[in-house]
Design a protein around this ligand. Sequence first.
Ligand SMILES: [Zn+2]
Length: 484
Amino acid sequence: MRNTNLDLLLYDTLTRRKRSVGTVSFGGGSDIINYYSCGPTVYHYAHLGNMRAYLFNDILVRVLRVIDYKVNYVMNITDVGHLTDDGDDGEDKLEVGANRENRTVLEVSEMYTEAFKEDIDILNIASPDIMCKATDNIAEQLSMIKTLEKKGYTYVISSGVYFDTSKIEDYTALSGVKLEEQMDGKRVSVLDKKTASDFCLWRFNEGITSNRSMSWSSPWGNGVPGWHIECSAMGHKYCKEGISIHTGGEDHIAVHHTNERAQNIGCYGGDWGVKMWVHNAHMMMGEKKMSKSSGDIIRPSDLDELGIHPLSFRLLTLQSHYRKQMKFSIELLKVADKLYKKLRHKISTELEFYPSKLKLDLDHEDIYKERFLEPILSDLNTAKGLSFLIELSKNLDRYSKKTASIIVSRIEEIFQLDLFKIIDDNDLNLSSIPIDVLKLIDSRKVAKENGDYKEADVIRNRLSLLGYKITDTSSGQKVQKITI
Ligand SMILES: [Zn+2]
C-alpha cells in the first residue's frame, strides 16, 4: 500500500487527455507500475538527441518512486529486426553496423550496448531493472506470431510473414490520423503486401541478396523477426499484468507503437495490453534532429572535451517540457553549463545533503509542494520545478540552512544533478588510489581493448562495490570515489 495519496498526471497519447497513473497501476495495493520504454538499437552510439528520451524516462521513473510506486522498469535492447528505414525497407541496422566496422553483429551489439550503459551513467540516468535483448527472446516472438496466425491476423508472401492491419478496426487510433492520410504518398514497399500499412512479423532469408549473418528457424522458413514484435513479446513477458505506461519518442507513434498495439490486440484481445502511452518530443538543432546519418552527433562522453559538464545537458533538458520540441545548440548548452556550475557551486558550498524523509515544518512543506512537487506531478513540468530551485538558490538567506538543505535534497531525488558534490573535487588522481583498485582499472582497460565488454562490465561493477565509479571519456578512463 502506498503511503501517500499524491498522484502523477500524464498525457496519454491514445485518449488524448491527461490521466492519473493511479488508474493504470497494478498489485493488491495498486502500487505497482509496469513501465516499458523502447530502448536503443545498438548498431551505433546513442547521441544527445537520443538521450533526451532516456532522461525523460529517468525523471518519470524517479517521480513515480518518490510518490511511493513500486516501478518495474523494463527496457528493450534492439539487436535484430530494425531496418534502416523503420518500415519494411532497407537492411537490418545491426548488419549495417557489422559491415561498417568489419565485426560480427554480436561484437557490434555488445560494444554499443556497453557504450549506451556508460553514456546513461554519465548523465545520472538509472539503469532499468530489466534490460532485455531481442535476440534473447526469439522463442517468445515466434510464439506470438504463431498465435496471431492461429487467430487469422497474418498472411505469408515470398518475403515473409505479414500482419494484416485491415483486421484491426481502430488500427490508427494512436496517431489519430486516418489510414489513407498516414499512407498518403507512401509507396507500398513490399510488392505483394495486401495493404501498405501491413508490416512484417518474420522476414525470410530466402531471396535476399545481401549477406545476412543472423538467422533463426521458424515454422515458415529461416529468417529474422520484424522490428515491432520484440516489444510486444518482451513487454508481455516482463510485465505480466499488463504495461501501465509505455514510452518512446514521438516518431514511434505512427508506425512502431501503432503496430505494437495492433499485435497486442490481435494476440491477447482485451486481456493484456498497454494502459497508457506517453511520448516525448524530439530535440532539434535548428530545423533538424541530431542524427547519425548526418554524422553530426555528440555523445555524453564527448562533453568533457568541450569543457561542458555532462550534467549541464541534464539541466538543459529539464528546462523544456518533454512534450515540446527541445531546442539544442552548443551555445545553449554553454549557457546551461554556466548556470549549472554556478548552481552546483552554491549548493555544494552552502548546503548539506539530508536524507529525503526528514520532515519540514508545515509552511515549508507547503512551499516545497506548491512550488516544486505540484508542477512536477502535473504532467512533469520540470521547467517550473527547476526555476523554483534556481530562485531558492539565489535566496538562501530567506531559509534556515537545514530547511533549504532538506528542500534541495528532496528536489535532488528527482533531478539528480549532483548538486551537493563539490564540483570536480571527487576526481581522483591515480596516486591516491589503492593498488588493488588500480589493478582492476588496468584490467578493465585491457578487457575493453580486447573487445571483451562483458568482462569490462563485470570489473566496473566490482569497482563500484569497492566505492569507485569509472567512466570512459575521450581521454581515457576517469575514476571517481563514490560519495553518498
Ligand atoms: Zn519498441
